[in-house]
Design a binder for this molecule. Structure first.
Ligand SMILES: [Zn+2]
Length: 369
């Protein structure tokens, strides 16, 4: 902006000089008065632009140094039933909390990825949760019928599970909306051949893959929370709340660093969350924290417009790492497995320790009975 103004003012300065020369040459001509007026006009304009361009740098600098907003699409897996709920809680309440938080933060088109086996085989009453989600302006996508793990199933079974889920999805949303696949467990295939075969199937059935770039294992909180409510551990619930926001923000910063490292530019992000009790309780706070951290919410469709999410380039860091290492050989892959296992085990141990009944309580209970 500043450079642009300088260039314009230099241009007018030169024009002014030209008018001056013309003025001298045409002193005795009939157009002298007009040339003089033009000269005065350009002189004033030049002065104005020079003044403006010297005043602007501070504002313009602030503008250019303001960090660009990190663009993030929120997505929610495992509708309409994700894990255990604290006693007395219902999925209806969960849904209401999610939808209220989205409304408060002006989020529409948030994808909820559905496993419909729950509705078909166990809880038909949960169908209206999907209806409400859709009616509130949010979207529904395919997470397979039975939450099948592609890394431990055959290609044929996995394809069948995707199509089976369409029976309910097609009653709730148009195909162009629900034909987005989120892989359960983010398992995109145990071999490159599996990965490629399924991509061909998805292309044939006009599906898009809904990958993720950011994940902080939010489901771990949903596992621990019912236990904390059961044992009325208010202090630990408070700890879990703080940790939830901290981990979410850190994971996003890490994802931004990792993706910028891979693609040498900021990319659009996709956040993985789950339809669980702790997520529902924290959703408003989480979205507020993201906003304060400079996040701009975008839809999944907008995120997928980033060229990193094209068919030939598996986008998630884990997928990229796994595929590359599988191609490089088993030794490197073995190392990665070991590293991930260590991290996961430490995390699992930490979350398992939340809200366990204390030994003294167990002992006193035992004595009483
Ligand atoms: Zn899932």
């Amino acid at each position: 902006m500043v450079n642009y103004l300088h260039q314009i003012s230099i241009f007018y300065y030169l024009l002014n000089e030209f008018c001056l020369q013309l003025n001298v040459k045409l002193l005795i001509s009939r157009g002298m008065e007009n040339i003089n007026m033009l000269h005065t006009f350009f002189k004033a304009l030049t002065f104005l632009l020079f003044s403006l361009s010297s005043l602007l740098p501070m504002g313009a600098l602030a503008q250019t140094t303001t960090k660009a907003k990190l663009q993030l699409a929120i997505t929610v897996d495992d509708l309409p039933d994700h894990g255990e709920l604290p006693a007395g809680w219902t999925y209806e309440e969960l849904s209401a909390k999610f939808l209220a938080a989205f409304k408060a933060h002006h989020l529409t088109g948030v994808y909820g990825f559905v496993n419909s086996h729950v509705i078909n085989e166990d809880k038909p009453e949960l169908l209206h949760i999907l209806e409400e989600w859709h009616a509130a302006g949010q979207k529904l996508g395919n997470h397979t019928y039975s939450h099948m793990d592609f890394n431990s199933s055959s290609l044929k079974d996995f394809e069948t599970d995707i199509l089976k889920n369409e029976v309910i999805l097609s009653k709730l949303a148009p195909p162009e909306e629900f034909k987005y696949l989120r892989f359960p467990f983010l398992s995109e295939g145990k071999t490159l051949q599996n990965f490629r075969d399924l991509r061909s199937f998805l292309k044939e059935h006009e599906y898009k893959v809904a990958p993720i770039t950011a994940d902080f294992h939010d489901w771990r909180w949903n596992d621990a929370f019912p236990r904390c409510v059961k044992h009325n551990r208010k202090a630990e619930i408070a700890q879990l709340k703080v940790k939830f926001i901290e981990k979410a923000l850190k994971a996003l910063v890490d994802a931004e660093k990792e993706m910028t490292g891979l693609f040498a530019r900021p990319v659009k992000h996709i956040q993985l969350l789950h339809f669980g009790a702790f997520d529902a309780m924290m959703m408003d706070e989480l979205l507020t924290a993201y906003e304060k951290a400079g996040v701009e919410f975008i839809s999944l469709d907008e995120a997928l417009q980033d060229p990193i999410f094209n068919e030939s380039s598996p986008p998630t860091p884990d997928t990229l790492r796994d595929m590359t290492e599988k191609e490089l050989g088993s030794i490197e892959h073995g190392k990665t497995e070991q590293r991930i296992d260590t991290d996961e085990l430490a995390e699992e141990k930490e979350f398992d320790s939340y809200c366990k009944p204390s030994l003294s309580k167990l002992f006193s209970t035992k004595v009483k009975t």
